[in-house]
Design a protein around this ligand. Structure first.
Ligand SMILES: Nc1ncnc2c1ncn2[C@@H]1O[C@H](COP(=O)(O)OP(=O)(O)O)[C@@H](O)[C@H]1O
Ligand SMILES: [Mg+2]
Length: 305
């Protein structure tokens, strides 16, 4: 049997380089060769395939000759990289599948898929920006709502609309941007903490949480939030598994809030590239990295056999 070969593109900061090396070593033990540093941003395509130079070995790799591609670098993702990722995924298995990855990157499409699968989400609404009257209508109905870019991350570009004045300030500004659609969510009354549940191959890996800073309503670390240790309940694990399945994710980080008004958990978003614990977070007690690495390696092996 010919040796199997998988390609990897993974983030290096926050201990990512160490995690990547562990994955490579575990794959090697299973006689699976791994080639790292495949940043598709600079890949070139031609009649016979898609060639990418490994930034690790400098060798040219025809991506379509690989048995699988593992793409795990949210921080350095570009539109060029995503374009080639989609092209590659038509011919070889990828983790996540391009379809699931793209779904998870879009707030409206993922929330719609979750809702249709019976997973509780926020109440959301999307309409063309040339129909601002719907935005006003939703504000009158909800009283407090969140405007979000469809493909945002880290809490960026969002606006909390809690008065007619903030809404009227945002409206003219929207016409100067290149957004096509206005995406809104009803504000969920919550205690400004969340749960992050990691799922790999349908299995529960880890649960921790984030707490917003005193100055912000968002729990994102980039918005000043901090990591907290928290134990999941069976209900929370089941919700995360259902959400991961609904979007067809191999790897998912499911963000969950407790809605104080409806007295239920809601899935806020599903991240397709949930970070491993950094060395600092490991020192705090987040000890899930080895389990997650193990499950990812098992998943890769299963997909290529
Ligand atoms: N509908 C909402 N109601 C209340 N808080 C929200 C709502 N949507 C987002 N948030 C807060 O803002 C943070 C970022 O929102 P999220 O949808 O996860 O966007 P991002 O992809 O930028 O992280 C969440 O972690 C949560 O704390
Ligand atoms: Mg988020």
């Amino acid at each position: 049997m010919a040796e199997k070969k998988v390609g990897i593109w993974m983030y290096k900061n926050g201990g990512g380089d160490v995690i990547e090396q562990k994955i490579v070593n575990l794959l090697k033990e299973r006689e699976i060769d791994a080639i790292t540093g495949l940043d598709l941003r600079f890949a070139r395509g031609f009649n016979n395939g898609i060639v990418c130079k490994s930034t690790t070995t400098q060798e040219d790799v025809n991506m379509l000759d690989l048995d699988l591609f593992f793409s795990y670098n949210a921080g350095e993702q570009t539109l060029a990289q995503i374009y080639m990722y989609e092209a590659v995924a038509k011919y070889i298995p990828t983790i996540n599948s391009f379809e699931a990855f793209a779904l998870s990157e879009d707030k409206f499409k993922s929330n719609l898929a979750l809702s249709r699968a019976g997973v509780n989400t926020s109440e959301f609404h999307i309409s063309h920006r040339e129909n601002p009257e719907y935005m006003i209508q939703k504000f009158e109905e909800w009283g407090k709502m969140v405007f979000k870019p469809l493909d945002g991350w880290g809490g960026n570009g969002m606006a909390l609309l809690d008065s007619r004045q903030t809404l009227d300030t945002l409206l003219p500004f929207l016409n100067q941007t290149d957004i096509r659609h206005i995406y809104l969510e009803k504000f969920i009354k919550n205690d400004f903490t969340d749960f992050r549940v990691d799922i790999v191959g349908g299995e529960f890996i880890a649960c921790y949480g984030r707490k917003a800073s005193e100055r912000d309503w968002r729990t994102n670390i980039t918005s000043g939030g901090s990591i907290i240790l928290r134990e999941p309940t069976d209900e929370i694990i089941a919700i995360a598994q259902k959400a991961s399945k609904a979007l067809g994710m191999d790897i998912a980080g499911v963000d969950i809030l407790y809605d104080k008004e409806k007295e239920q958990y809601v899935v806020l978003e599903v991240n397709g590239i949930p970070a491993f614990a950094t060395p600092e977070q490991e020192a705090m007690g987040l000890d899930f990295n080895d389990k997650k690495i193990q499950k990812i390696v098992e998943l890769i092996e299963k997909k290529i056999m």
